[in-house]
Design a protein around this ligand. Structure first.
Ligand code: XBP
Ligand code: MG
Length: 230
């Protein structure tokens, strides 16, 4: 019996990467006087490294910055990027994916507990969820800030299950990426994948079903599942 649905944020509740985080990272590079700019395609490659700070560190090391310098610069850039992304949220530039508000209302009305397990930073995750859905929509919100190992490690999901005090088989994860799917599966949680531009060609072996949209999905491995989703 389904007791709780655990949502990923980036790419799932919101299409936040291409026109959100990526833009904020580039603005942080510019403000720091650095020549780096991430185009849509390069950012898609970099997304395989979860966590903005880890992503920056790996990128800066690849550009030839020594490890310690890369780590310090990444921390500084990431703080600035987070502030810029918060401004974008305040300006209403990070909308929910189509169909998500309706799904959240349906699940809440059906008495299903909702939770969030994300690899993103609490400083922007909370204001975003509050603005779009109201923070009290979610019984608990686990972010990358309090989790030492990010997805595909299951830590965020294991912490969510512990806080919900539920076994994995009474929950369902909804994810957009292979890293997210692996994190949920490694925690024993069945996982529905709803792909987006960046993730549509990834390997989703082990998913309960793979849809390409919350609203009128056009492909799925289980046609019955789509009927319950608006
Ligand atoms: C999301 C991430 C995050 C975002 C940026 O992965 O990896 O790093 O790209 O957010 P998932 P931060 O959707 O699997 O949780 O800069 O706050 O890390
Ligand atoms: Mg995601």
């Amino acid at each position: 019996q389904l007791a709780a649905v655990i949502f990923d944020v980036d790419g799932t509740l919101v299409d936040s990467e291409r026109d959100g985080h990526r833009v904020a990272f580039n603005a942080a590079f510019a403000a720091a006087g650095l020549p780096y700019r991430w185009d849509v395609e390069e950012y898609g490659q970099l997304l395989h490294i979860t966590g903005g700070r880890r992503r920056l560190t790996a990128f800066l090391e690849r550009q030839g910055h020594p490890p310690q310098e890369a780590a310090a610069l990444a921390a500084q850039l990431h703080a600035d990027k987070t502030a810029r992304f918060r401004d974008m949220i305040d300006q209403g530039r990070i909308p929910p994916r189509p169909g998500v508000p309706e799904l959240i209302t349906e699940l809440t009305d059906a008495g299903i507990t909702l939770a969030v397990a994300t690899t993103g930073t609490r400083d922007w995750v909370e204001p975003l969820l509050d603005r779009l859905f109201g923070l009290d929509t979610f019984a608990t919100v686990v972010t990358g800030t309090e989790i030492p190992t990010l997805k595909p490690d299951p830590a965020a999901y294991l912490e969510t299950l512990a806080r919900l005090n539920l076994p994995p088989y009474h929950t369902l994860a909804i994810e957009d990426s292979a890293n997210g799917l692996q994190a949920a599966r490694a925690a024993g949680i069945p996982c529905l994948v709803v792909t987006n531009h960046y993730t549509q060609d990834q390997d989703f072996t082990g998913a309960l079903a793979v849809l390409n949209s919350f609203r009128n999905p056009t492909h799925t491995t289980d046609p019955h599942l789509t009927q319950g989703l608006t």
